[in-house]
Design a protein around this ligand. Structure first.
Ligand code: KG4
Ligand code: ZN
Length: 352
């Protein structure tokens, strides 16, 4: 990363960021005018469904096919010409290397071709800074706040002191929480990604039907692999007695699994709030869509006096608008990357 001199936009002159996200299995491009999203196009790769999980090689090939039309559509929907773009922002990491490479090389070429600066973005910072997109969700949290990023790839509790001053307080030692949902769903014979399906069945079931043990993990870290194993053994035991056990009890099983997972997340979040004295709590990542976690946060507002922030759904799952808001914030600070920048599969959140 290095800073280069870019003339400051004149007062009242807008900054237009074209943003690209390709870290996992969604190809996305967005255009922002300052903090406002003009377009946010996401091409979700359906190919992985038949494999029950993301296949990295197929993901990068699909990104290659999608990236040109997705970027084109983002510009068309935003109704701007590429000549007005002030900078190109892209996801540098963390994520799947092959997927990141597609977005990174495309962004570098586009910036070079248009003669505009390049801005590299940390995907995990972007999930958190999505809260600063204009006119969405529950408004902007004041600093410092706690952010819990919960997705198919990550589970972290982050102390956010400023836009680019973040500290991880706890994270998963094994599976991410989205994986816990998806793997449980797979055990139940539900298609990938099963998280949203577990959620919808759970809403009709009895959450106390089958109590699953919560893992004992020190501090603010998480672990979900034990839960997956106990669900697997439980299902094997019950189906040996009744082959139709899953079909007969799907809603109660899903509700019980969801209650356990949400309980694990909320226990750690409460601990983090107590430890830091911070009651402004934001969430981000695909699992933020979960009805159980949303309800638990609302309850904590009433019972614990928290102020909670849940982004609008389209900014929870992987999307380029969140990359664009970071692009805007970095543009204002003159934080640009040079053409030598490379993708980073593992990328610490504290980096600027
Ligand atoms: O942020 P995201 O789109 O991609 C990653 O960066 O992983 O998150 C996807 C994850 C998947 O594991 C999916 O099952 C989960 O979020 N998810 C949900 C719900 N909606 C999406 N999990 C539980 N309940 C939901 N409603
Ligand atoms: Zn993500």
């Amino acid at each position: 990363m290095h800073s280069i001199f870019i003339p400051k936009p004149l007062k009242n002159q807008s900054i237009y960021i074209l943003a690209i996200e390709s870290s996992c299995d969604d190809t996305s491009a967005a255009v922002l005018q300052d903090k406002k999203v003009l377009s946010n196009v996401v091409a979700t790769q359906k190919i992985h469904e038949e494999y029950g999980g993301v296949v990295p090689e197929l993901a990068s090939r699909a990104h290659q096919q999608n990236i040109v039309p997705v970027v084109h559509q983002a510009l068309v929907k935003a109704n701007i010409d590429k000549k007005v773009v002030s900078a190109i922002a892209f996801t540098r990491g963390p994520g799947l290397m092959g997927s990141l490479l597609v977005g990174t090389s495309f962004a570098k070429s586009l910036a070079l071709g248009l003669g505009v600066p390049l801005i590299e973005v940390n995907h995990m910072q972007a999930h958190i800074l999505a809260h600063f997109i204009e006119g969405q969700g529950d408004g902007n949290p004041d600093f410092p706040f706690l952010a819990m990023t919960i997705s198919g790839g990550h589970t972290q509790i982050v102390l956010v002191k400023d836009y680019f001053d973040m500290e991880i307080l706890g994270e998963t030692l094994d599976d991410a929480v989205g994986e816990a949902f998806d793997k449980s769903a797979k055990i139940l014979g539900l298609p990938y990604p099963g998280g949203p399906l577990v959620d919808s069945h759970a809403q009709k079931g009895n959450a106390d039907a089958y109590p699953f043990p919560k893992p004992k993990v020190d501090g603010l870290n998480f672990s979900f692999s034990g839960l997956k194993t106990s669900i697997l053994y439980f299902i094997q035991r019950e189906t040996a007695k009744n082959p139709d056990f899953i079909a007969d009890n799907l809603e109660d099983i899903c509700a019980s699994i969801q209650k356990t997972i949400v309980g694990i997340l909320m226990d750690k979040l409460k601990k983090a709030s107590k430890q830091t004295g911070i009651t402004r709590i934001a969430i981000g990542g695909g699992v933020s869509a979960n009805s159980g976690i949303r309800m638990a946060l609302k309850e904590a507002e009433k019972k614990l006096g928290w102020t909670t922030y849940v982004p609008q759904f389209e900014y929870c799952t992987d999307n380029a608008a969140m990359i664009g808001i970071v692009g805007y914030l970095k543009y204002k600070e003159g934080l640009f990357a040079d053409q030598g920048v490379t993708a980073k599969a593992r990328y610490a959140i504290s980096n600027r």
